[in-house]
Design a protein around this ligand. Structure first.
Ligand code: G3P
Length: 227
């Protein structure tokens, strides 16, 4: 399963990219607005930090303007993935941009019917929003199960299921059990995934016992190379 991080915050992206676990980044207009920075600059900088797909969303609602915006975004860097909304105009733009060789992420997907349309439009990624479905009392994870099952029935669909609107590590593990290709994780969720109280407790015990031995693996003055 690939991990993207769902943020436009460069400091967070740099910090988490250093773990070696980040395969890409997703942004949206709300995340960009939070930074207070120029969108095109932010996208350029993220693309330089993370070599994998970086989703940058168009803000027009008609196909012609979406295409102009998408082509401009795609020129920023090879790893830009143009994000379009799941609307008739968005899917028309998806078809054209995909045929030009640009990766497209179709966002705001809330049904498996919509996911079928995105695959037929040649999307590289479909973004079903699990947390927002849970918020209205529907099962976000059930939608992931349906989309993964449908796409598996049609091996010529090359669209990857990118689980979005993730709220907890459980969303990630459930999506992985279902075989979703990608999860886009808020930075806090990726950090939560490292944590387990028994890991912390066990490490404290190991270190305390080790200290009692009076030993050290590295001799005094033995060099520690930079990471
Ligand atoms: O980027 C799309 C998605 O991940 C948004 O998540 O938390 O705003 O529902 P959220």
């Amino acid at each position: 399963m690939k991990f993207f991080i769902d943020t436009a915050d460069l400091a967070e992206i740099r910090d988490l990219a250093a773990t070696g676990l980040v395969d890409g980044v997703t942004t949206n207009p709300s995340l960009v607005a939070k930074t207070g920075r120029q969108f095109l600059d932010v996208v350029r900088e993220i693309c330089a930090v993370v070599p994998g797909p970086v989703s940058a969303e168009v803000t027009a609602t008609d196909t012609a303007t979406m295409l102009a915006e998408g082509r401009k975004l795609a020129k920023i860097a090879k790893n830009v993935t143009v994000k379009v909304p799941l609307t008739p105009d968005g899917l028309k733009a998806c078809k054209v941009l995909s045929s030009e060789g640009t990766m497209v992420n179709v966002t705001l997907c809330f049904s498996s019917a919509q996911a079928i349309l995105a695959a037929k439009a040649g999307a590289s990624f479909i973004s079903p929003f699990v947390g927002r479905l849970d918020d209205i009392g529907q099962s976000g994870m059930e939608l992931i199960r349906e989309i993964v099952e449908i796409y598996r029935n049609y091996p010529h669909f090359k669209t990857e299921v990118l689980v979005a609107s993730i709220r907890s590590p459980m969303h990630v593990t459930e999506a992985a059990r279902m075989g979703a290709h990608v999860g886009t994780l808020p930075p806090a969720v990726l950090r939560q995934m490292f944590a387990h109280p028994l890991t912390e407790k066990g490490l404290a015990t190991f270190l305390a016992d080790w200290k009692k031995t009076g030993q050290s693996i590295l001799a005094d003055g033995e060099k520690v190379a930079a990471e």
